[in-house]
Design a protein around this ligand. Sequence first.
Ligand SMILES: Cc1ncc(COP(=O)(O)O)c(C=O)c1O
Length: 416
Amino acid sequence: MSERMQLPKAGQDWPALREEMQARASNDVQWRDGKASVYVFHSGDDVMQVAHDAYGMFIAENGLGPAAFPSLKRMEQEVVDIALSLQQAPDNASGSMTAGGTESIMLAIKSCRDYNLSHKPVAGVPEIVAPFSVHPAFDKGAHLMGLKVVRVACAENLQADVEAMRAAITPNTIMLVGSAPCFPYGLIDPIEELAELALEYDLWLHVDACVGGYINPFIDAVSEDKLEAYNFSIDGVSSMSLDLHKYGYAAKGASTVLYRDKALRDAQVFHFTDWPCGHMYTPTFAGTRPGGAIAAAWAVLHYLGEEGYQQRARCILEARQMLTKGCEGLGLKVFGQPKVSIVAFGWENDDILAVGEGLYADGWFSSRLQNPAGIQLMISPEHSKTMPNYLKVLEKNVEDVKEGRRKRKTKGISYS
Ligand SMILES: Cc1ncc(COP(=O)(O)O)c(C=O)c1O
């Protein structure tokens, strides 16, 4: 008899099922205690409750049917409008809500590819020139849509090397990419320079602000260390991706993709008529789209408002300062000068990845990096309370490696 799980014959009581699920979750990373610096963005129980309730209110509704659910259509439009305003988009700009950063990026690639096909087709396989630090969603999108990504080594400061990217442009290049900030190091690429390059070669520039979209404006407002320009305020930025389910603090399954001009977004939309039900129009990759994710994002944006986001940005700055100071005190080297919410650090004298294994063994989830080897944290507002605990565990593991009590067991690193 196979050990594969079978559907139970009779239904079970919800309280018992809930208890079992709670028991299972007890082995997960304890993110409520600040032990996850990836996957979860904790900005307080009140925010979580708003997202939870709003999601529940629209759990059955479907974003596929705007005529049936004008409420969702209106909420989505308002979320997109807020995103466009935050990113200083021109009047004719447009966008969509999507299921996440990967979908937003893949849609921008599709729009760029299809817009190019009708305006400026290339002879060979279309190419995307991007810094080595961009998210693999670009490669996934290129793989699925028949494009090629040319990853270019970053400059010594770990930001995009604009001149090296210029050298990588060929007659088949259709898109340039910069991140604001990138996931591995948390650094904002020189978007103004990339935009100049894009205008010079008449290329589409996508800014991946999946991490930064809903935090950069607020960090900029509360920090003395102002951010460099990165959004539609720069001519030459064609599209942007911004995740609501990261620093928008919305429920999972929510992101936004934005375009400088409606004509660019038109290339995103899929129309089909040759089947029994006639014209079907889907703006994103999905058919059915969860009403809950749209509703939760709308509710959290309005619950927090500018002041709520700024207050959380202050917590992140506080936690970031604690972390960078703590790293310096332990002889660890912070990569570049992170100005947003991600900090990555390495260790010139010893094996930082052994420290990463130690943190993991102690129940603390930080991402690990190769090229250069390092540890990376995406800081949540709630980390301002738990950062001292993290630093204690970090110190213990640094000492363990220094004293030879801990040696690295694994060779490679993996993100998921
Ligand atoms: C910079 C950046 N872009 C894109 C993504 C992909 O987002 P998602 O995991 O929501 O698909 C991430 C995820 O961490 C990211 O950090």
